[in-house]
Ligand binder design. Sequence first.
Ligand SMILES: [Zn+2]
Length: 527
Amino acid sequence: MPIISDAIKYSRLALGLRGFLSGTITLEESKQVIADRLHDREKNFLSLVQKGIYQNPKSPFLKLLKLAGCEYGDIEPLVNKGGVEAALKKLLADGVYLSWEEFKGRKEVVRGDQHFSFSQRDFDNPYLAVYYQKQSSGSRSAGTRTTFDLNHQLAMTYYCLPILAVHDALDVPIAAWKPILPAASGIVLALNQWKAGKPLDRWFSPVDEKQVQSSLTHRLAMRYIIYGSRLWGAKLPKPEYAGLREAIKVAQWIADAKKQFGGCFLIATVSPAVKLCQAAIENGLDIKGARMIVSGEPLTPAKRQQMEAAGVLVTTKYIISDIGRVGCGCPQAGATDDIHVFSDSMALIQHRRKVANTDSSVDAFLFTPLLPTSTRILLNAESDDYGVIETRSCDCLFGQMGFNTHIHGIRSFAKLTGIGMNIVGTDFVRFLEEVLPSKYGGVAADYQLLEEEDSRGQTHLSLVISPEVGEVDEGEVIAYMLAELRRIPHPGKLTAGIWEQAKMLQVKRVHPISNMGKVATLHLMKK
Ligand SMILES: [Zn+2]
């Protein structure tokens, strides 16, 4: 009975919210908690492996470890001798990792002559109370689950004030331009900022409930959290719709805050933030000196330049919804998208892998969350990102706190990332290779999805259709593509909602780009 189980979850959520919202934390407490977590890093990792994997018969990693002939007693000395990352590298060499396709249930796990398949649920941390969880159903994949646990949220809240301090934004108003549920980022931000004693002044959402075809559960959960929190004295802002064409509304808030308080801080997704800066320039709004932190898609040099043209100080943060918070940039950053890895809660190594549907190989990241409150228990799990890892000191507060591992050049190898929404390439491959040719003619190699960035930092997506395919009604193909996108598990609907308003999809009647005579179905132009 989903309604009854929802009611139980909601009443647990109400009780949990009351505890979560009582009292706020300080910057000093935050620094102390993070220092303790860094100190206990190896202990936390071993405890998570012992309780979350060896004492959790459902854990997929238990099977992989057994297959590698690895007992708990083998891991402890590895960690004691060389640290967490050295142990993870040894485990990777022994086959203890999950590729992104395996982690997402898109591919069977094959190690030697053994075959496994796992469900997303098997990765859940069995020690967390799940207050609110929604699994989108997908016919071709495991879907994505939005897990919402308040103990996990509290653990993450300790990053809020250091992030504001690094950006010199402890005394200015804060706003978010983040979507409503099913994306969890907006509501999580509203709660975490409240807990940190720096609540959001405004919450703008780039989509409304209609555009994302929000389910009843999501609509209820949003209202429940916002109005329920008010019962416990937390005045969370109600999301206000500001679509991409209303970027000026958010820019106006920045200009007003600047006039009244001398500055402000905006947390947003990358492409909308770029649009906002353009809107400010075109409308002669003064947003110079405003600070922004952006995420959700790569912050490329062109996008950063576009934002800096409006006088905005921008950095990036890096969060992976199925894995956790990876880190945050600082104003002293070297590379455009440089971030300090939050190594108190996340371990990170790399390995070389081939990318499906393309002819390239990349150094993919493998993540291992370390805190007892991690929503998923993972050992060397790939997201679909790759990039560069380096160790170096930095003068900023993050550096002083001991966050010396940096990553930059972060790109997705399997997703199209336009306008702050990720859509998984492999879901689209069948559509491009089979559905389109059977409907409009031609063969698989006549169709290609192309992501490129123009000189103004805007991302464009084109459906390339070879001129050899006969006449095609371009509007109809795009409508058909958006409809197909909506059928893809989360964030399909959300992405379609955004792409539709931004009119970011276009049809190009040219020959698909080929490399050595081979046409990759998805082609991401090198930045
Ligand atoms: Zn720094």
